[in-house]
Design a protein around this ligand. Structure first.
Ligand SMILES: [Ca+2]
Ligand SMILES: [Ca+2]
Ligand SMILES: [Ca+2]
Ligand SMILES: [Ca+2]
Length: 748
């Protein structure tokens, strides 16, 4: 604090320093600029007067600066020059020589002199104005540590959300559901925002997704994700969620054996209540698994985007996976590959790709999470069971990234509730930001979108997402084009040679669907190879944009090749659909340059897109760019929203084993009761009544037993017998292992 006494002095003299230094260091731009030094902004509280000179003086041809000087001298003040761009307005200050002798008498004398002065039309002694920065301040003790919301250390390395909150956009009216190992909804940071209507427990088949204590004390995962999304603000407890005004629900499904049918139920659970499904889990990230949703899960994802959210479509957010250290790649993860999901990867607090992060061609965007040992992790809620305290600063992995994206999508849906599931993906592609990271191989596609396998379209930016959402008109409906299954039975050539497959999509091919521009492009392949991790598959779109859809994976020594595995890419987003597509397949098996070890049996190409022309893509790009100033958020601007479909209430499936049992019991009970009642009426006048009363007294017990069997809600039971696992949709299901417990995508 040694410098503190000199600080006010420095401030005081700074105008004089400016006055003398300025001409020396800045060559005058014009004679005018050199004549008048810039006026200092202020001369201390209560020590300045703003005056306006009579306009007629100017009209009479007087030099206003000179007159202002005369006025200042008459009032015992100093002229500090014209105020900004206001002609005839001057700032007059009490002189430096009066420092230390200032008193109110001197001040009032100056005021009186100005009041009496013939040149002065108006004057005012300036008072300090109380103005607060429009920055959000919370009393939550861990908010200062939530760098992903406001990174003071590294500018730009946060989700840029505070400006959105200042516009009172906090996710109000939107429900995000965390599909995970439960949500401890009794926590102070969760309870006020908890949505029991959107919640369910599929592991215990009851409506309450409360996590269960477990041997490893790790069923904290869902609660941590829920806190990132909707932790309550300003409650003096722990942290703040990205969408702290949204509601958060929980579907408990990861704490026990997971089946395809359970997954299917989870993806559509309460889908008129839940808007966004946050899924921070997926197949094993071991660098050799090729798996994704099975037939029922796939059907449920598809049904969710058609019927969820009154037909606008459920938004499924999935984490790209944590297998980075095993060379894993999210193109081998069917949840990430799916066109129905928003695939989100992670970057650390520097924006760099962390060791655990997976990359792929279907990555839509990235957001923040943990990094190396010395880097900060995500501060969020925690369960308070077992070792938990209700608050943690150690949430990690792509698990922590996906909920941040889900929260940002909730903010978008508040400003525009009728965004479809595809609008959300489009807006992410249009607004995610590109930046420098040495691991990112950015490429700009034919429609002007930048994409990297590591960072998708870039870093999610809440401000940009919400401003674009505000002006976004829904894209035309989804259309697709599928090539025939192309039988090849060709040898996969060894590096540096390659097997080249191509398919030309003509204008006539697209005429029926009306597709003009692309969204996802998928390639489904069946190939035989003794070590499939050595095979590399690259797709070239007509523009020449390349996607590494099948990356090499050193640990994947599987000998069965691929059975109808669908790889997908978002890298041709917005490009023209028409033209020639090529698939380049290379065998990188070391030392086998001369041999052909594998065979490509057959493949097909699927294009997804819409009738949007490339002109319209450009128009939307400039509209989004134009909206980034925030002018639409500031104004009362709003686009009309269609009402959405009237979707029938969720079907309760009557023919599950549990419900059949209940029905049977209910039937038996009804039969018994009617028999009893008939007999009682018949025997009413007989003396045997006492005997029957004895039986009747047990009836309430019987009744209660039936009530318990009925339960509060009949659920689709998980199918235990695998023989009954009938695919409800035909077609491409990859060779899959029996689904075990999905792995939460923590990095630890
Ligand atoms: Ca429960
Ligand atoms: Ca809080
Ligand atoms: Ca993975
Ligand atoms: Ca996806």
């Amino acid at each position: 604090m040694a410098s503190s006494p000199s600080f006010p002095l420095l401030l005081f003299f700074s105008p004089l320093i400016l006055l003398t230094v300025h001409p020396l260091h800045t060559p005058p731009l014009s004679p005018d600029a050199s004549a008048l030094p810039p006026p200092p902004p202020s001369c201390g509280p209560g020590q300045s007067w703003a005056v306006r000179l009579h306009a007629r003086l100017n009209e009479e041809g007087h030099d206003m600066d000179e007159l202002a000087h005369l006025v200042a001298v008459d009032a015992g003040l100093e002229n500090r020059g014209q105020i900004g761009q206001l002609a005839g307005h001057y700032l007059l200050c009490r002189g430096a020589e009066e420092e230390g002798q200032r008193d109110t008498r001197g001040a009032s004398a100056a005021g009186q002199a100005l009041a009496d002065h013939p040149y002065v039309a108006w004057h005012s002694q300036e008072l300090l104005l109380s103005r607060s920065k429009r920055s959000v301040a919370f009393n939550d003790p861990k908010y200062p540590k939530q760098w992903h919301l406001h990174n003071e250390l590294r500018a730009g390395m946060d989700i840029n959300v505070t400006g959105v909150w200042e516009h009172n956009i906090t996710g109000a009216g939107v429900t995000v559901v965390v599909v995970d190992d439960g949500v401890q909804h009794t926590l102070a940071d969760i309870q006020p925002n908890y949505s029991p209507e959107g919640s369910y427990d599929l592991n215990s088949n009851d409506p309450d997704p409360m996590p269960h204590p477990d041997a490893r004390s790790d069923n904290h995962h869902g609660t941590r994700c829920a806190g990132e999304i909707a932790a309550v603000s300003n409650n003096s407890f722990c942290a703040v969620g990205v969408a702290y005004g949204s509601r958060v629900a929980g579907i408990r499904v990861l704490d026990g054996p997971l089946t395809d049918s359970m997954e299917a139920v989870a993806f559509n659970k309460h889908y008129q209540v839940n808007d966004v499904y946050s899924c921070s889990w997926g197949p094993d990230d071991d660098g050799r698994t090729v798996d994704g949703p099975h037939p029922l899960g796939k059907a449920a994802l598809q049904h969710g985007v058609i019927a969820g959210r009154r037909g606008f479509g459920s938004i499924f957010v999935v984490a790209s996976g944590n297998g980075g250290q095993y060379n894993d790649n999210c193109n081998y993860d069917g949840y990430a590959n799916s066109i129905y999901t928003v695939t989100i990867g992670a970057v650390d607090e520097y924006g760099r790709m962390p060791f655990y992060a997976e990359e792929c061609a279907s990555m839509l965007a990235v957001t923040f999470s943990s990094g190396g040992r010395s880097l900060r992790s995500i501060v969020t809620s925690d369960w308070s069971m077992q070792d938990g305290t209700g608050c943690t600063d150690a949430h990690t992995g792509t698990s922590a990234a996906a909920p941040l994206a889900a929260g940002m999508i909730a903010l978008m849906l508040q400003v525009r509730a009728c965004l479809t599931w595809r609008d959300v993906q489009h807006i992410i592609a249009y607004t995610a930001t590109q930046y420098t990271d040495k691991l990112a191989n950015w490429e700009t596609n034919g429609a002007g979108f930048h994409h990297s396998h590591q960072h998708g379209f870039g870093l999610l930016n809440a401000w940009r997402l919400v401003n674009a959402a505000k002006v976004w008109v829904s894209v035309p409906f989804l259309v697709s084009y599928q090539s025939p299954v192309l039988k090849e039975d060709r040898k996969i050539l060894a590096y540096p040679d390659q097997l080249v497959l191509s398919w030309n999509v003509t204008a006539a091919d697209l005429k029926q669907s009306g597709m003009k521009t692309l969204e996802h492009v998928s390639v489904t392949v069946t190939m035989a190879h003794p070590h499939r991790g050595n095979v590399e598959v690259v797709l070239h779109c007509p523009s020449g944009m390349s996607s590494l859809i099948g990356a090499r994976r050193a640990l994947d020594s599987d000998t069965s090749g691929y059975m109808d595995w669908t790889f997908s890419t978002v890298r041709c987003w917005g490009e023209r659909a028409e033209g020639q597509y090529s698939v380049l397949i290379t065998d990188h098996t070391p030392g086998e340059q001369s041999k052909s070890l594998g065979t490509l049996n057959h493949w097909k190409l699927t294009l997804y897109g819409s009738s949007m022309s490339d002109e319209e893509v450009k128009q939307r790009q400039s509209l989004v760019k134009e909206a980034m100033g925030g002018q639409y958020l500031n104004s009362s601007f709003s686009l009309p929203c269609p009402p959405g479909l009237d979707i029938a209430p969720e079907k309760v499936h009557p023919l599950t084993s549990n419900s059949l049992k209940s029905l049977l019991l209910l039937g038996c009970f009804a039969l018994f009761w009617s028999l009893y009642y008939t007999m009682e009426v018949a025997l009413a006048h007989l003396d045997l009544r006492e005997l029957w009363r004895g039986r009747r007294s047990r009836a309430p017990d019987g009744f209660q037993a039936v009530r318990l069997e009925e339960g509060p809600e009949l659920e689709l039971q998980r199918v235990v017998n695998t023989d009954t696992k009938v695919p409800v949709i035909a077609g491409d299901v990859t060779a899959y292992s029996d689904s075990g417990k999905g792995s939460p995508t923590d990095s630890d």
